[in-house]
Design a binder for this molecule. Structure first.
Ligand code: ADP
Length: 642
């Protein structure tokens, strides 16, 4: 520095980014650069010659003279930013945060002091914001209920929350930040926090480290106090790791409770199903006798009944049949509700099922004086459905259309394609359903005002229909108007391929009954334990010429009888004491001398499960009790005509 201090370096000094002042040993200002003018809001002339105190905040001005004297007594370079975060006073009295560096210059004028002054307003603001953001982050991380830790790329802890400190509290004294992951896990496992009854400490340590190296999914562990912990780790973009440890004890316990409850429900449901199945047996066996003998009485040619007796008998039969339908419906519904009905979906030609339903319903329609019709385009794609269950649905719609139809009216089946599905509608011009009852007809035991009426029903048919349709991924619905009629429909998804709609032709029936005309003696073996069923069968077949009936009360005896007599037909009850009907037919099908003999199964359990099992077992026919005399007789006719 020279004496004419503000001349040769003027431009250089003015270009400096920081404020600069030069003072003499007494603190009088000798030089002011452009940035210092801007910073303090003074013009240069206003400062030159004045004491530097004028730039010091009022609160510390008193002590400043002291500082100046102290510095000039022992001058040395004090670089910016080191313990010199101070405030400056602007001309308008406001204060600005500054950093100051000091350097002594010895000149011919004596000791001068240069002060570099940096306005750090912006930096302080940034620092404040940064602190605030960090505090926010910390409080957010802390408010997380799970233990949380962030590890840097060297696997050292950068951040932990209170939950993590609490979990590791007894394991780690002092600062956690800075410790390595391995160190923390090692200390935690040694601390006794964890439970090692199922896994050694080394095994858990290895498991956790392996997971930490390449985290995928989660890992679980237990604490010594019986809590369940779930660790989740995620690698960050900066090659660090975020580790969270959640206490999942409540979830685990809830899942366990649910599992137990589900198990109990399943056991109860299985028990219910078993109960229903044996109930059905118990109820159907006496019904079998009632309906069977009623049919015999009705057909008795030797001692025909009088008109009054026949009329009364028909009441017995109708009552019995109603009871039977009720039992079957309740059984079917309970099994569906218990999720025990298996649906086997296959491509099904709707036209054939409609034709079958119409043929079956024809006698009922004729009795009711309802004209039954069907209209089905020839080229309809097959639907995806369970054939038997679809038939059941159409039979239900059809029989309702007849039951709730009007004498002289119609019931019509139609099928048409409808957006990727086939819709089958069954319409009638019958009594219709009152508007205020319509929203409940698909619910169990709802008879839409027919409860007290003369039309027989259980109120379960439509419930079963809807459940079955849903199980086949189909939809049902209806429209109805009192006095005008109803349209019930079902929509089922279409199977990809197209069908030709050709129905298989029925095999021609022999005209004469072989039972009545048989010249050679025919033998039927009937294996059955219930005496009234045996009496019924003896009555039914006994007075037919040319047919010998042999009966056996157990499967074991029956098998001997079959081997000894090689009958033309075996009629086999399923629910037998000791060996069951299913076991018996298996034997018969194994033995070369008996395997060709046709076997008719008779079962009281009208459960679908049995029917499908029966098809696999090799029964020629499988009939459910109470036996329909016509059905049994026509089956026997077919077999004996061979
Ligand atoms: P139900 O055994 O009583 O016929 P459903 O479940 O099949 O039981 O039908 C429930 C009720 O819906 C019936 O009781 C009847 O009131 C009404 N319903 C069903 N189909 C028809 C129809 N085609 N016409 C008029 N009412 C019907």
């Amino acid at each position: 520095m020279t004496d004419d201090i503000d001349l040769p370096f003027r431009e250089l000094v003015d270009a400096a980014p920081d404020g600069m002042l030069v003072c003499d040993a007494e603190g009088a200002i000798l030089l002011v650069n452009a940035e210092a003018e801007r910073m303090f809001g003074y013009a240069r002339e206003e400062l030159l010659g004045r004491r530097v105190d004028v730039l010091v905040p009022d609160a510390v001005r008193g002590k400043h003279g002291h500082h100046v004297a102290g510095y000039t007594g022992a001058p040395r370079v004090r670089p910016m930013g080191i313990g010199m975060a101070l405030a400056g006073r602007r001309k308008d009295g406001t204060e600005i945060p500054v950093e100051i560096s000091l350097a002594p210059i010895r000149t011919s004028r004596g000791l001068l002091v240069t002060a570099g002054i940096r306005d750090v307003t912006d930096r302080r603001k940034l620092e404040r914001e940064n602190r605030r953001a960090t505090a926010y982050l910390m409080s957010a991380v802390d408010s997380v209920k799970d233990a949380f830790a962030l590890f840097d790329e060297h696997d050292r802890v950068m951040l932990v929350n209170s939950a993590a400190r609490q979990l590791l509290g007894s394991a780690i004294e002092g600062a956690i930040v800075g410790l390595t992951f391995e160190d923390i896990v090692d200390r935690a496992l040694r601390s006794g926090v964890f439970d090692f009854s199922n896994e050694t400490r080394d095994a858990l340590f290895a498991r956790w480290l392996a997971y930490h190296r390449a985290p995928s999914g989660t890992i679980d562990m237990r604490t010594g106090t019986g809590r369940y912990l779930r660790v989740t780790e995620i690698k960050t973009a900066e090659h660090g790791t975020v580790t969270t440890i959640a206490d999942i004890t409540e979830d685990v316990e809830r899942t366990e409770q649910l599992r137990t409850a589900q198990q109990a429900a399943e056991t109860a449901s299985a028990a219910k199903s078993e109960f229903l199945s044996s109930m059905s047996h118990e109820l159907r066996t006496p019904l079998n006798a009632i309906l069977g003998f009623a049919q015999l009485l009705e057909r008795d040619r030797k001692q025909p009944l009088g008109e009054r007796q026949l009329e009364r008998l028909q009441h017995v039969q109708r009552g019995g049949e109603h009871l039977l339908r009720l039992i079957d419906d309740v059984l079917d519904l309970s099994r569906i509700e218990a999720g025990r009905v298996a649906i086997s979906v296959e491509p099904v030609g709707v036209r054939e099922v409609i034709e079958e339903a119409v043929a079956t319903l024809q006698p009922m329609a004729a009795r009711a004086g309802v004209a039954l019709a069907h209209a089905c385009p020839g080229e309809l794609a097959p639907v995806l459905a369970d054939r038997t269950r679809l038939a059941q649905i159409l039979m239900n719609y059809g029989s309702n259309a007849i039951k709730y139809g009007r004498r002289g009216g119609f019931a019509r089946f139609e099928a048409a394609a409808a957006h990727g599905a086939i819709r089958v509608t069954v319409s009638d011009d019958g009594i219709g359903i009152p508007a205020d009852k319509q929203d409940r007809v698909f619910e169990p035991f709802q008879r839409a005002g027919q409860e007290a009426g003369p039309i027989e029903g259980t109120g379960i048919g439509l419930t079963i229909t809807r459940r079955l349709a849903e199980m086949m991924k189909g939809r049902v619905g209806f429209a109805s108007e009192v006095g005008r009629g109803s349209v019930f429909w079902i929509e089922l998804p279409v199977h990809g391929a197209r069908t030709t709609g050709v129905a298989a032709a029925d095999a021609p029936r022999s005209a004469a009954s072989p039972l009545a005309t048989a010249d050679a003696a025919r033998t039927i073996v009937y294996i059955e334990d219930n005496p009234s069923n045996i009496a019924f069968m003896e009555d039914l077949l006994g007075d037919l010429p040319g047919v010998a009936l042999r009966t056996a009360p157990t499967a074991e005896i029956g098998l001997e009888l079959v081997r000894a007599h090689r009958p033309d037909v075996v009629i086999l009850d399923i629910n037998l004491p000791g060996m069951s009907g299913f076991d018996a037919i298996q034997r018969l099908k194994e033995w070369p001398e008996t395997k060709a003999i046709p076997v008719i199964g008779l079962s009281a359990a009208a459960l679908l499960r049995d029917t499908s099992r029966a098809a696999d077992a090799g029964f020629h026919r499988y009939l459910t009790k109470p036996v329909k005399v016509d059905e049994l007789m026509s089956t026997l006719e077919d077999l004996l005509a061979r």
